[in-house]
Ligand binder design. Structure first.
Ligand SMILES: Cc1cc2nc3c(=O)[nH]c(=O)nc-3n(C[C@H](O)[C@H](O)[C@H](O)COP(=O)(O)O)c2cc1C
Length: 314
């Protein structure tokens, strides 16, 4: 292990998981995160989805540093979403050029835009119309192959960006297969913007390994690793690991905050259970598998409560 400077950890956006209540509760109970990214906001049939609008409203967000994210193919779509961000008083925005969902990629959204430099440029040019907003990019190595990000480098370098977070996969891989550190390195050598690494970081050892390989990184973005161990960023910042009992105790507080929040807002137990069960998809991957399975299968809120108490018993 090499002694190192602590760098910022960013919480990656995860549609369906890191909504405002999750982010707020995470910052309150665990922290250690420099900035929280919202899942992407987009224009669909000419308008916003109300859930996505609510998610970026300032009144619903209490984290110290929030970066709203958008996904778009055209400058026109981008302008509409940026109008909403401005209206809400945001001074930063992140542009998603990483989403791999075929339905969106086919329409040149997310990583589907990466093979089309002219379309990328029209979005970058649109940023100039919003001088009060500081822009970052979240992207992949390419849609089909990792030479696509290299081809975009001169263009990306010629626009003012606060940072680029690069997920070291191509879109076609979705979330599977190996991350490509060599391709990340090739991009990092030519990139003039502050660069953030993203992809498959799940432990303190992973953070240190990626830091050793890329000492000039300006940050690390973590998604599923933080869903699995919400204390990971704090542990890295503090240089200390929580004991099992401490982690479980914090998870209890975290779970209670989310339970109470959703209980007050969702209609009926079925909706509440569906929402709460998403927490357990990635959380504590090493926990008793039988309990996890029962949580996923249970249909009664009282049974769910009992199972959670069992799972989080110190
Ligand atoms: C369920 C799910 C939802 C995601 N939603 C978004 C999103 O809204 N915006 C985005 O830029 N990336 C999204 N991502 C990608 C993550 O932000 C991240 O780049 C990816 O999971 C790799 O990082 P990780 O290995 O640390 O999780 C999503 C990933 C998953 C698995």
């Amino acid at each position: 292990m090499i002694e190192e400077k602590i760098i910022p950890i960013h919480f990656a956006p995860l549609q369906g998981f890191t909504d405002a209540p999750y982010r707020n509760a995470h910052a309150q109970v665990f922290g250690g995160v420099e900035s929280y990214y919202t899942p992407f906001v987009r224009i669909e049939k000419g308008d916003f989805r109300s859930r996505e609008r609510r998610d970026v409203e300032m009144k619903n967000n209490t984290v110290p540093h929030l970066v709203p994210q958008l996904i778009a193919t055209t400058a026109d779509e981008m302008r509409k979403v940026l109008g909403l961000f401005q209206q809400e008083g945001h001074r930063e925005a992140d542009l998603n050029m990483g989403c791999p969902f075929p339905m969106l990629a086919r329409r040149h959204k997310g990583s589907g835009i990466l093979p089309y430099p002219e379309e990328v440029e029209s979005l970058l040019r649109c940023m100039g119309e919003f001088p009060d907003i500081s822009f970052s990019l979240k992207m992949r190595l390419g849609w089909e192959d990792s030479t696509e990000c290299l081809a975009l480098l001169p263009l990306l370098n010629s626009y003012p960006l606060r940072q680029i977070a690069l997920h070291a996969r191509v879109g076609k891989q979705q979330y599977k297969g190996e991350v490509d550190w060599d391709a990340f390195e090739a991009f990092s050598k030519g990139c003039k913007h502050p660069l953030v690494y993203n992809g498959d970081i799940t432990s303190l050892e992973d953070i240190i390994e990626v830091r050793n390989r890329f000492p000039d990184l300006s940050g690390i973005m973590i998604g599923r690793g933080l869903l699995a161990n919400p204390a990971l960023a704090w542990e890295y910042q503090q240089g200390a690991t929580l004991s099992d009992a401490e982690l479980l105790s914090k998870l209890k507080t975290f779970h209670t905050l989310l339970f109470e929040h959703y209980e007050a807002r969702l209609q009926g137990d079925a909706q509440l259970l569906t929402k709460l069960k998403t927490l357990w998809e990635y959380l504590l991957p090493d926990m008793d598998r039988k309990i996890k399975k029962k949580i996923h299968k249970c249909t009664k809120i009282e049974i769910y409560r009992g199972l959670v108490a069992e799972a989080l018993r110190g």
